[in-house]
Every structure is written in C-alpha cells, then in structure tokens.
Design a protein around this ligand. Structure first.
Ligand code: SAH
Length: 231
C-alpha cells in the first residue's frame, strides 16, 4: 500500500491541497518530490490515487488521479460504549478500536466512572486519523458525545446489546442475529453497579463474562470486539 494521507477538506474534482501535519510529514519527514504518488482519503469513504504537483512551504498540492470506492469496514456496524480510561490508555483504546473496525465509540458515564478523563476531542480525532492511515480504513470511527448509562441502556433496540460484567454468561452462550449491528458496553475501573446491570437485563441486554480474571477495561473491550467481529 502506498503511503496514506488524510485530507481535512472533503476531496472532489481534480486537485486538492494538504495542509498542517500531513503536509509537514510529506515535506520534512518523507522529503517528497513533485511526481510522488500517494493515497489520500477524507474519511467520508473511498480513496484517491494522487500525484504531488507542487511543494509549498507549509502545504502540498495534489492532482487527484483516480478515485477508488474501496472500503475496509466490518460487514455489520459495531458500536462500543465505554467509560474511557485515562491518558495513554485512552489513545491505545481508540487506536485498537479503529484497527478492529469499530464504527462508533460512545464515551460512557456511569455511577462509578470518574469524570473529566476524556482527552480533548481534537486529540482523540487525531488518534482516529493516525490509526485509519495505518490500517487502511477510509471511513473514520465516530466518537460520539458522552452519554450516561441511562441514555444508552434504553436505546439501540435494533442492536444486539451486550454488557460486559464479571460473572456474566460466556460469549458462546449468547444469542445473536449476525446481520444485526452490535452494541457492546464496558464499565469503568470500578465496574458497573448491580443496579446498572439489572437495568440492562430488564431492557433486553445480555450480560457477558470473560472468565475468572478481572481485565483492564480496554483489554476487556478489545478481547470482546475481536471475538465478536468477522473480517
Ligand atoms: N472491579 C470491577 C471490574 C472492573 S473492570 C468489578 O468487579 O466489577 C472494568 C470493566 O471491564 C468492567 O466493568 C467490565 O465491563 C469489563 N471487564 C473486566 N473484566 C471482566 C470480566 N472478567 N468479565 C466481564 N467483563 C469484564
């Protein structure tokens, strides 16, 4: 795969300009030349073969040669509602969620979640872009506005809804329509309260356990996403 670059501006027509860190990378890290071919995507789907036509001081002009309507998404949508971990672990979580194909991440606030853990939206968005460049995804993972457990638990009725909680049933025993989108909820370090789990049960969620060990929340998330997704 040729090097992939992200355009903040929606791409269309025959030309485009890369700015900011993407241009910086091409100019000063890759030492790109006029005529170099790259792949560029804008996160809205598809990618373009492009050729560098002009190197500016802080921007790079491109001729868009060929659009390819290629997507590298999961066959059905996967949403992760998760109480975000702190610092570097947040970056790890977002990165792996992008790599494994998660469509949407909902930062979750619950009874035991600690507030103000979230990195600034611009930083999270940058993690999404970097992981999309690396993994070949042309559609960006959406980071939704934070939602409370009460908001999430009563919604998403068309989804297969799973809440991870120690002591829950095995993944093998769950029921699932493979064509339905999946919503997976992962709790904070302190876990979901019994009331929160009970509310989920009453709303038709399935409670899933991951064995005897207590996993860090981002480990639990990725262990389950990996088992529940195909291709
Ligand atoms: N102390 C908490 C565990 C919190 S771990 C408790 O005992 O409930 C953080 C989150 O990761 C949990 O809320 C759950 O969603 C998930 N998780 C961690 N280990 C798990 C396991 N063995 N089974 C199911 N979910 C788990």
């Amino acid at each position: 795969m040729a090097d992939r670059y992200f355009s903040e501006e929606p791409l269309s027509g025959e030309a485009a300009t890369l700015t900011g860190s993407e241009a910086h990378h091409l100019l000063h890290v890759m030492r790109a030349k006029v005529g170099t071919e790259i792949i560029v995507f804008d996160g809205g789907g598809g990618e373009w073969w492009a050729e560098i036509t002009k190197l500016g001081r802080t921007d790079v002009e491109l001729a868009l040669r060929k659009h390819r309507a290629v997507e590298r998404e999961l066959p059905v949508d996967f949403t992760l509602a998760i109480a975000l971990p702190k610092g570097d672990r947040q970056r790890w979580l977002v990165e792996k969620a992008v790599e494994l194909g998660v469509k949407k991440l909902i930062p979750l606030t619950t009874a035991r979640s600690t507030s103000s853990a979230a990195e600034p939206p611009a930083k999270l968005a940058r993690y999404v872009v970097e992981a999309s460049k690396q993994s070949g995804r042309n559609q960006l993972l959406e980071i939704a506005k934070p939602q409370t457990w009460a908001e999430v638990v009563g919604n998403f009725a068309v989804h297969t809804r799973l809440i991870a909680h120690p002591g829950g049933s095995t993944v093998e025993s769950m029921t699932r329509d493979v064509n339905a989108p999946t919503l997976l909820a992962i709790g904070p370090e302190g876990g979901f309260t019994e009331d929160e789990v009970e509310l989920a049960r009453q709303n038709g969620w399935q409670v899933i356990g991951l064995g005897e060990r207590i996993l860090r929340l981002e480990t639990a998330a990725m262990a389950l996403v990996a088992r529940l997704t195909v291709a």
